[in-house]
Design a protein around this ligand. Structure first.
Ligand code: ANZ
Ligand code: ZN
Length: 859
């Protein structure tokens, strides 16, 4: 009996696959299956999280291949972005060199994992061949009106010196730098994602193989809101507001526009509130230092909705009064308030304190009237203390709306303001157009030329790609492209005059919004080869982190729609199936002086359940900290390479999938990998000691055959349902069954081992190939068909019998299949639930239908 040697077996199998070009995509006309993991950013090294992600994809790819699909399973690099420029600024390395050397390094690390990837399709988004095609379709969208330029207040990251999309601002901070984001006005390029807002919501309903959570997050992000816009006439305004010529905005005269989802509560309105940077607030601030102060104070608190929600409600009375649309005699004060967002609706609201918590908090603070107008259906009235009533009910205190329910009152109120020309029904969205301009070097140049006489001119198709210059400097902040001596100076393609290139580059989320389509034919002349895209899209299974729920995954859905409308694609939804995997986490260790210590330098002991840790290099006692996502800062990282070195690829692959469900985090422990490694040995031993000449005993053979079919069924279902951990648990059990059943042999044993080799192949592919060869099979297990189970053999040995008492199902009982009725009867009568049900009754009759049902008559 020989030990299994991953160190020799794994490279042996990997060269076999390479020599056979085994993973080059084959298009044989069979049903297709496109498996894709979110491609990595080439930051330097493959980490454990990457490894888990790609191994999951590989399990899908290999099992689909075995099930007879033509599989597409490509890999590439999301290679533009800030870190490359940071490396340039901090260490003087050119972003291009940094990126491509990281790619080379990570490619080698990935290859070690034995993934069934088609490397012939590899590309990086920073390859001019890739981003040139992106420039081509960008111009196509420009011609179609989906790309435009406007002055916009943008989120400015003062550390990265660039603009961020709303999605990239998390709690008021830059998603990458963590710096507090500032507001600036800049001329920017935008993609009209809002044109697709409704379609993007509707499409979510078709994505039945997406996590519910992600669909909800997208729906909330798009934030469709149905309500009404109302115009409130000004009744009084401060004398200092200057009159302005007819046709120009006049703050002393123009009605204030308000957006509401609750026009039914209009009779409960007690004030209007404007955003701090509403034009009227600002006009008044020019004459009122207290208002100016207020605006300044608001600018200093966080800008995110969450922060605004948490902050104390503050405001200032602007000295303006407006007329109520339904009662011209009634006037309301206009305030500026910190909880009104300038970027939503019209940046102004009417406050109805009785039925909105923010308005109520505000009204209580500034002593504004609280008039309830909605009461629960069965109540006489409703008392408002410190909590607003936001539930359903009937309208009261409200003239012509009295007695209506909320929905009817909304419709009636809207009909009335529309008839009076004081408002209209309106649907608005939280979603904003996607600002894609970045003032950075390491990104895809926007293929536009600015000409003094022709204005914005497209770079002609025969001059694409617009390639980034290599000779740039990073010694000062700002955009290296803008200060390059020659790059931006060109002749206008249209009139020949001196002109300048656009120096903004595209947000890197543009790069990742179509790469899955390019993979279907990465060498196509067109950005996307239509026939190839039709063959392979949509991606059948996409796998990645849930942190991309609203960024990448929404942009990709939008761009797919836009390209589809431009005739370049046929699908609207890029990803038919989505799986969001959990993270790899690890315990943390700290010294008394607070320094983090790497796991490799830690000696753990366990005394009757009391764990302690010591630093190997110093002997110091360590504090065992929380289990956290592996991160460099806490030094709790275990590099895949270390594991592969010590336990082999297959044990590592097995472990990242075995210890918890794929959607949950998995904790890396040395013990876990060792367990996986022992399983590899045990499995190998079964094959290594296999004696084809041993016929076995009938009963043992029959048992093993049944166990084999059960294992095929359970593992297949686990793989299919993305329950890899339970599939692996079943494999552990199956290996134990084969080992323990020493009396089995002959065909049953052969079937068991043949099935086992094929079932482990997606998880531990190298071991599976070795086992396959050891069984004497020709070719590779990679190409062997997935085993199928015989339903009769796989059927459970136990059945669940429903128990009916006087015709009603009252209990159930689990018994061995085929149990005689008399035996079942005894068990039923002794059953606790049944006894409880029969309390005070006597059994008149009991009928047991074998393996089906138990009927009891009692009275
Ligand atoms: C009056 C009212 C009465 C409101 C009531 C609610 C309850 P969603 O559903 O998110 O669209 N609102 C409108 N614009 C706003 C802005 N720029 N900043 C902060 N709040 C704003 O929310 C719409 C509701 O949020 C609107 O309906 C408005 O308050 C407020 F009993 O109008 B409501
Ligand atoms: Zn010109």
């Amino acid at each position: 009996m020989a030990r299994y040697e991953p160190k020799t077996a794994e490279p042996r199998q990997q060269s076999r696959w390479a020599e056979a070009s085994a993973f080059v995509t084959k298009d044989t006309g069979r049903p297709k299956y496109y498996v894709l993991e979110m491609f990595p950013y080439p930051s330097g090294n493959i980490h454990m999280g990457h490894a888990r992600n790609y191994v999951m994809g590989d399990v899908v790819a290999r099992s689909k291949r075995a099930q007879g699909y033509d599989v597409l399973h490509p890999m590439g690099w999301d290679a533009f972005g800030m870190p490359a420029e940071n490396a340039a600024m901090e260490r003087g390395i050119h972003p291009k060199g940094w990126t491509y050397s990281n790619i080379a390094n990570m490619r080698e690390q990935l290859k070690l994992l034995g993934l069934s990837l088609d490397w012939s399709r590899e590309f990086a988004t920073c390859d001019p061949e890739y981003y040139g095609k992106q420039q081509a379709w960008f111009l196509e969208l420009y011609r179609r009106g989906l790309v435009y330029r406007k002055d916009a207040v943008v989120n400015w990251d003062p550390v990265d010196n660039t603009v961020l999309a709303n999605e990239q601002v998390i709690d008021g901070r830059g998603w990458r730098s963590g710096a507090l984001v500032e507001k600036r006005k800049l001329n920017q390029w935008f993609l009209r994602i809002t044109d697709y807002a409704d379609d993007l919501i509707d499409g979510l309903k078709t994505l039945d193989r997406w996590p519910e959570k992600v669909r909800l997050m997208q729906e909330n992000w798009i934030g469709k809101s149905k309500g009404a816009t109302l115009w409130w006439d000004i009744a009084e305004a401060p004398a200092f507001l200057p009159p302005s010529p007819e046709g120009e905005p006049n703050h002393a005269r123009d009605p204030i526009e308000v957006y509401t989802t609750r026009p039914d509560t209009l009779f409960g309105a007690s004030f209007l509130a404007l955003a701090p940077d509403h034009p009227l607030t600002k006009a008044i601030a020019e004459h009122r230092p207290d208002v100016a102060e207020f605006i300044k104070a608001c600018a200093q608190t966080g800008t995110s909705e969450a922060e605004i929600e948490k902050a104390e409600k503050l405001g200032v009375d602007l000295g303006v009064r407006v007329r109520h649309p339904f009662d011209p005699d009634k006037t309301l004060p206009v305030w500026a308030a910190n909880f009104v967002l300038s970027t939503y609706g019209s940046g102004a609201i009417f406050g109805c304190p009785a039925h909105d918590q923010r308005d109520l908090d505000f009204a209580r603070k500034y002593d504004l009237p609280v008039t309830p107008v909605v009461k629960p259906d069965d109540a006489e009235t409703v008392e408002i203390g410190t909590e607003a009533y936001v539930g359903p009910g009937r309208i009261f205190n409200s003239d012509f709306l009295n007695g209506m329910d909320v929905e009817a009152a909304k419709a009636a109120a809207i009909a009335k303001v529309e008839a009076a020309g004081q408002g209209r029904a309106e649907t608005i969205y939280r979603l904003r157009d996607w600002g894609v301009s970045r003032q950075r070097y390491w990104g895809c140049p926007i293929p536009i030329i600015h000409c003094p006489s022709c204005g914005v001119v497209e770079v002609p198709a025969d001059q694409l790609p617009v390639v980034l210059p290599d000779d740039v400097t990073f010694d000062v902040p700002g955009n290296p492209l803008a200060r390059h001596a020659t790059w931006k100076h060109v002749k206008c393609p249209s009139c020949g005059a001196d002109a300048t290139r656009e120096t903004d580059t595209l947000d890197t989320f543009v790069d990742s919004s179509w790469y899955f389509a390019r993979f279907t034919d990465p060498t196509a002349e067109a950005p996307i080869d239509k026939a190839a895209a039709d063959r392979w899209l949509a991606v059948d299974q996409y796998i990645g982190g849930v942190e991309h729920a609203v960024l990448h995954l929404l942009y990709a859905r939008f761009i797919t729609r836009a390209l589809s409308d431009a005739g370049m694609l046929s699908v609207k939804e890029p990803f038919a199936g989505l799986f969001t995997q959990g993270m790899v986490v690890h315990e943390t260790y700290r010294r008394a002086d607070g320094a983090w210590v790497e796991p490799i330098d830690v000696d753990l002991t366990n005394d009757n359940g009391v764990r302690s840790a010591r630093q190997l290099s110093t002997g110091e006692t360590l504090v065992i900290g929380d289990i956290e996502k592996m991160s460099k800062s806490k030094k709790n990282v275990v590099a895949p390479a270390e594991i592969l070195e010590s336990h082999g690829v297959d044990a590592g692959r097995l472990f990242v999938l075995s210890d918890s469900p794929p959607e949950r985090d998995v904790q890396w422990t040395p013990g876990g990998v060792e367990g996986a490694s022992r399983f590899v040995q045990r499995t190998w031993t079964l094959f290594d000691t296999y004696d084809a000449g041993f016929a076995g005993e009938d009963k043992a053979n029959a048992d093993l055959l049944r166990e084999t079919h059960k294992a095929i069924k359970a593992v297949s279902e686990g793989v299919e349902g993305f329950r890899f951990n339970s599939a692996i648990a079943k494999l552990y059990a199956f290996v134990a069954t084969i080992r323990d059943n020493a009396q089995a042999g002959g065909d049953a044993k052969r079937q068991a081992l043949s099935a086992l080799a094929r079932l482990i192949a997606p998880f531990t592919p190298h071991l599976a190939e070795e086992a396959w060869t050891r069984l004497g099979e020709d070719g590779m297990v990679l190409d062997a068909p997935w085993p199928v189970w015989d339903a009769a053999l796989a059927a459970d040995d136990e059945v669940v019998l429903p128990i009916q008492i006087n015709g009603k199902r009252r209990a159930e009982i689990r018994v061995p299949r085929g149990m005689e009725p008399s035996e079942v009867e005894a068990l039923v009568l002794a059953d606790e639930t049944v006894k409880a049900r029969l309390e005070g009754l006597s059994v008149k009759k009991i009928v047991v239908v074998k393996d089906r049902i138990v009927n009891l008559v009692a009275g």
